[in-house]
Structures are given as structure tokens and as C-alpha cells.
Design a protein. Structure first.
Length: 356
């Protein structure tokens, strides 16, 4: 049985980060691998915050969420914790057969870097290429464009990989332009697990009314406006996860301090999803929910790639008036057929990359 270490952005208090990390690790375990997330946290953390590197005031405000995140990831992360590249290089577990840079925007220095500088850890620079096979699964640059100096470092690190993949077409094309090698586009890890597999990780949230779920990254007013219009049309409530007990204007049901397990339940039991998040869009598709993906104008690539691939480009909206042009029901038989084909292609890449 091969032992696999995954390095990814797993410790942020962010649903997408936690869920994508969990998904890749869980998929590998389902397929018989001894897999774990390498507990790399680039900022030293307070012991009570484990594994989240936040200041104490933020921790106290979000304590219920921290507890739920900890519980959700508890069985997935390594016992050893690393805070620096030197610690990784000195203490890295030599028993791994394969190391994988996972998904999320690990290759985007504005997300995984140091004050907009590249972070070598997410490029597996700590792992000796003669001892470990290096694989990228859906590692993302987001909308970032490397400058000429950065390209030199990125090429050096990525040339040591046995297999390269990312989750956006635009990212793959950028990397190909200076790596001069194939970079495959694969599904985000959250889509490697099907809806039934995700339901095993849900935790119940008691809501009696039918609801439109709001899940936003920013520009909250815009997303709530879309949800309000849908809810009023059907006589439903607007529900939203939040970090406060006070409801947001336009929201009927406030659900504070949810963890990833509660996030899954709320998506699974919603009548409709309104989101401007890529992962919100991915879970709406995976759970076969009618949805609107509000365009994220500074980085629409991820949602565009997914929706184009499953045949739903019209669900990405940039104008509130466009709601009236959408069909009331999505033909998920066609969508699921396309998603299954994409899932098969992505899992074949991943398993072949590990074994060959």
C-alpha cells in the first residue's frame, strides 16, 4: 500500500479549502491508499486554534466554527505540524511514496505565498525528487499571471514533477507557455466524491421552511439580491451561513458558525442555491440543485470552466434581470452524464499518476 502525503491550503477558515482538502484525501483512502494531509501551516498558530493560524480575538469570535472545522479535519491531517520550509525539509516523513500538491490556489502567491511572494512549500520544493514522486492534482494559479522572474523559479520546481495538472483551462495554458510540457485540466477534488459520498460527512441543521441558500465570498449584497428574487417568486425563505447571530438585511434565516459538515447539509437540503463562489457552484452541481452562479468579476475562470464542461454556461449570471431567462429546472440527467465522464477522466489521471 502506497503512502501519500498531500500539501494544500487546508487550515484557512474557509469552507472550500477544508472541503477540497478532505475530498482528495478521502478519495485516495477510498481507493486503498494510506493517505494524509501534511499539516503545513505557514504561520505559527496558537495551541487552542489548531490547526488554524489566526489571532486570538478572531479565534474567540469564531470559536464555534473553529471547533467544527477541527472535528471535520481531525482524522485527515498528519500528527506532525510544520510551519516553515526548513521544518518541512528537516522533518519530512521519508516513508511517503508519493507527495501531491493538492488543489485550491496553492500556486497563486496572493493566496498561498508570503506577502505576494511564491511559497516553495506548495511547489513541493522541500521533497527530494530522488526520493519522492511528485504529482500535482488540480493545483491552481487562480487568475494570477507570473512575471518573468517568477517563471524561472516555477519552472525549476515544476520540472521535478512526474505529473502536472490544474483545475482551470487558463491556468494550464499559462503554465504550458513556459514549461513546454503538458498540463492536464482536471476536476476540483470536491467533485471526485459524488453526492452520496458527501452525505456521509453531513451534520444536520434543523430548518423547517423551504429555503434558497446564499453562499458568498464577497459582494454579499449582490448575491442576496439574486436569492431574494428567487425566494419571493416561489414563496421560499432566504437562508445564509454567517459569522454573527444577527441576520443580514434581506435574509430570513440566519445560520451562524457553521462548519464544513453543516455546510454540506445546507447545500444538500436547499431548494435553490445562489452563490458567487466556485465551490458553491461545484456543490450545487454535485447535489443537483437549481442554482445561480453570480459571476465573480475578478476571477470568473474556475466557475466558467466547470459550467462550460457540464453544459451549464447559462447559469453564470452578471445581471439580476437575467434570472427571468433561466429555465425553472435543470436537466441533471445530461449534467450528471457529463460530470461522470469528467470524474472518470480525472480519477484515471490521478490513479495513473500515482501508480505509473
Amino acid at each position: 500500500m502506497k503512502k501519500i502525503g498531500i500539501i494544500t491550503i487546508h487550515s484557512d477558515l474557509n469552507y472550500g479549502a477544508a472541503l477540497q482538502a478532505y475530498a482528495l484525501n478521502d478519495y485516495l483512502r477510498i481507493n486503498g491508499y494510506n493517505s494524509e494531509i501534511i499539516n503545513y501551516i505557514k504561520i505559527p498558530n496558537h495551541p487552542r486554534q489548531y490547526p488554524f493560524p489566526m489571532n486570538i480575538a478572531y479565534w474567540l469570535m469564531n470559536r464555534p466554527r473553529f471547533k467544527r472545522y477541527r472535528k471535520f479535519l481531525a482524522d485527515s491531517v498528519s500528527k506532525e505540524t510544520y510551519n516553515t520550509l526548513d521544518e518541512l525539509m528537516d522533518g519530512f516523513n521519508a516513508n511517503y511514496d508519493v507527495v501531491i500538491s493538492g488543489s485550491d490556489q496553492v500556486w497563486n502567491p496572493t493566496c498561498g505565498g508570503f506577502v505576494d511572494k511564491l511559497n516553495p512549500a506548495y511547489y513541493l520544493a522541500f521533497a527530494d525528487k530522488n526520493k519522492f514522486k511528485k504529482v500535482a492534482y488540480a493545483s491552481s494559479v487562480g487568475s494570477y499571471v507570473f512575471n518573468d522572474t517568477e517563471k524561472v523559479s516555477v519552472k525549476k520546481w515544476l520540472d521535478e514533477y512526474a505529473h502536472l495538472s490544474t483545475r482551470e483551462t487558463a491556468g494550464a495554458e499559462q503554465l504550458k507557455s513556459f514549461l513546454h510540457k503538458d498540463v492536464k485540466v482536471v476536476l476540483d477534488p470536491t467533485l471526485l466524491l459524488n453526492a452520496d459520498q458527501w452525505r456521509k460527512a453531513e451534520h444536520t441543521v434543523r430548518i423547517k421552511e423551504k429555503y434558497v441558500l446564499v453562499y458568498y465570498i464577497d459582494e454579499i449584497d449582490e448575491v442576496v439580491a439574486y436569492a431574494r428574487k428567487v425566494a419571493d417568486k416561489h414563496g421560499w425563505k432566504v437562508a445564509m451561513m454567517s459569522n454573527t447571530r444577527k441576520p443580514y438585511p434581506g435574509v430570513d434565516i440566519n445560520i451562524p458558525f457553521c462548519g464544513p459538515a453543516e455546510f454540506l447539509y445546507l447545500f444538500d437540503h436547499a431548494e435553490y442555491i445562489c452563490t458567487n463562489s466556485f465551490h458553491g457552484t461545484a456543490f450545487a452541481v454535485n447535489f443537483n440543485k437549481n442554482f445561480i452562479s453570480v459571476i465573480k468579476r475578478n476571477s470568473p475562470q474556475r466557475a466558467q470552466t466547470l459550467l462550460n464542461n457540464v453544459g451549464l454556461p447559462e447559469r453564470l449570471l452578471s445581471n439580476l434581470c437575467d434570472i427571468d431567462k433561466l429555465s425553472n429546472q435543470i436537466d441533471f440527467a445530461v449534467v450528471n452524464e457529463k460530470l461522470d465522464a469528467l470524474r472518470k477522466d480525472s480519477t484515471e489521471y490521478l490513479l495513473n499518476a500515482i501508480e505509473k
